[in-house]
Write a protein that binds this ligand. Structure first.
Ligand SMILES: CC(=O)N[C@H]1[C@@H](OP(=O)(O)OP(=O)(O)OC[C@H]2O[C@@H](n3ccc(=O)[nH]c3=O)[C@H](O)[C@@H]2O)O[C@H](CO)[C@@H](O)[C@@H]1O
Ligand SMILES: C=C(OP(=O)(O)O)C(=O)O
Length: 435
């Protein structure tokens, strides 16, 4: 398995263009199964999770044509559903989280869907109840035989729309239920739906295919079922998690960076949260400009108490950027409490930052207090292993700011979500080698 060798402490400069959004692509790729017509999707990032999902679609019989970089046409007009019960699918499907979203479209179009336990980051318990509850509400029956190790949902007589109040605003769960409901008989109403830009994009694409979804961008979606869907073209948004990662990188390494074409209107609260850490960033057209800053000071709450940054379903702050916020805070002036509410094992990587000299108290699995070093003492180089995708990127940012040479193992975890990261970092001046 490859490793990264990083010589840190060099300021970076220049322009960087975000890749297409991983978590949106995983949704819209699954949606190609809802029609037998062609669906063209562009700005698809060349990352491990996405490539695996495309391979699964191909194994399922979807015709895949590459039109150019990140630009593909898919056609699901002759599928091999036997693959869903095969040993090969058991292995392929369990390699990424996003594959769970194959179920909604398959159930809607073919009345059956099977799924091995999906993969994704090991960041705590990741339940699938919302997905299945949604399918049951639409009339599907559960099928699980422990010896098969597959989850299954069947609806041989089709799905029927209904009202449902989700227990939690699950991102992939909402996507799955929406994709199941678009072809159901009658009207489905989903309250407490997730509404991340990923979902807004999915719903807009489905409407272009002929679906009737209203309430997009809110937590109350109404879906009038239709008989069938047609083909469409879809452009994937820039990856807001990558954009946040570049903001953090610029601040931590005292670099001047311009992040190109970020789609500001889809970034929600993300720029403001980085500003709370004292990071200056400017809107220039649709770009983000981050000037070189020798230090940045964390704000306090209005009553003078220590700032807390926590995650919440959209339009709250995404949990996928908390690890980046945490690492950037280690070199800020001041203190902050990071509260990761959703995932229970996502903060354990702070041990590695503590080894590098960061001042952090892990209060419990969900909360860490960071006392910033104000760029007075750089982090020390170290030998590290990346535990998950975002912690991996955080460690990479730490390494790029640290004094000396850091080795990061298990960089597959970073490649899962960040396209060609080493070459793109080199282009802005980083000293990083893939070995
Ligand atoms: C492939 C993909 O798109 N993955 C994203 C998706 O995962 P995924 O869709 O798997 O995550 P969910 O939204 O289902 O939930 C994530 C976790 O948060 C908890 N939870 C969720 C909603 C809520 O209102 N309260 C709550 O506590 C869940 O119990 C679960 O432990 O959304 C997560 C939450 O933004 C992101 O971290 C993942 O990157
Ligand atoms: C947790 C993440 O991904 P996944 O849901 O695919 O594990 C992430 O993108 O930060």
């Amino acid at each position: 398995m490859s490793i990264f060798k990083i010589k840190g402490g060099k300021p970076l400069s220049g322009e960087i263009r975000p890749q297409g959004a991983k978590n949106e692509v995983l949704q819209v790729l699954c949606a190609v199964l809802l029609t037998d017509e062609k669906v063209r999707i562009s700005n698809i990032p060349d990352i491990r999770d996405v490539n695996r999902l495309i391979e699964i679609l191909m194994n399922l019989g979807v015709k895949v044509q590459k039109n150019g970089k990140g630009d593909y046409t898919f056609q699901a007009n002759n599928l091999n559903l036997d693959y869903l019960k095969s040993e090969a699918f058991r292995k392929d499907g369990s390699s990424l989280r996003g594959s769970i979203m194959l179920m909604g479209p398959l159930l809607a179009r073919f009345g059956e869907a099977y799924m091995p336990k999906p993969g994704g980051d090991k960041i705590g318990r990741r339940r699938l109840d919302t997905h299945f509850q949604g399918f049951f509400n639409l009339g599907a029956k559960y099928r699980f035989n422990p010896e098969e190790d597959f989850y299954g949902a069947e609806a041989k007589d089709g799905l029927t729309g209904t009202y449902m109040l989700l227990e939690e605003a699950s991102v992939t769960g909402t996507a799955n239920i929406v994709m199941a409901a678009v072809l159901a008989k009658g009207t489905t109403t989903i309250y407490n739906a997730a509404c991340e830009p990923y979902l807004q994009q999915l719903c807009k694409m489905l409407n272009r295919m002929g679906a009737k979804i209203s309430g997009i961008a809110s937590n109350l979606l109404t879906i009038e079922g239709v008989e069938s869907l047609s083909g469409t073209e879809h452009l994937v948004l820039p990856d807001m998690i990558e954009i946040g990662s570049w903001i953090g990188l610029a601040a931590m390494t005292k670099s001047e960076l311009t992040i190109k074409d970020v789609s500001w209107e889809n970034l929600g609260i993300i720029p403001d949260i980085f500003r709370k850490l004292g990071i200056k960033l400017e809107r220039r057209g649709d770009d983000i400009y981050i000037p070189k800053q020798d230090n940045y000071e964390i704000e306090r709450f209005i009553d003078g108490s220590i700032l807390t940054i926590s995650d919440a379903p959209w339009p709250g702050f995404t949990p996928d950027l908390l690890s980046i916020i945490l690492v950037v805070a280690t070199q800020a002036k001041g203190s902050v409490l990071i509260h990761q509410k959703m995932f229970e094992s996502r903060l354990f990587f702070v041990d590695k930052l503590i080894d590098m000299g960061a001042q952090i108290i892990l209060c419990d699995p969900h909360r860490a207090t960071v006392i910033g070093l104000n760029q007075e003492t750089p982090l020390k180089a170290s030998e590290l292993t990346s535990p998950d995708i975002r912690a991996g990127m955080s460690l990479l940012i730490a390494a790029l700011s640290a004094k000396g040479t850091t080795i990061i193992h298990n960089i597959d975890q970073i490649d899962r979500g960040y396209e060609n990261i080493d070459e793109r970092l080199k282009a802005i001046g980083a000293d990083i080698t893939r070995i």
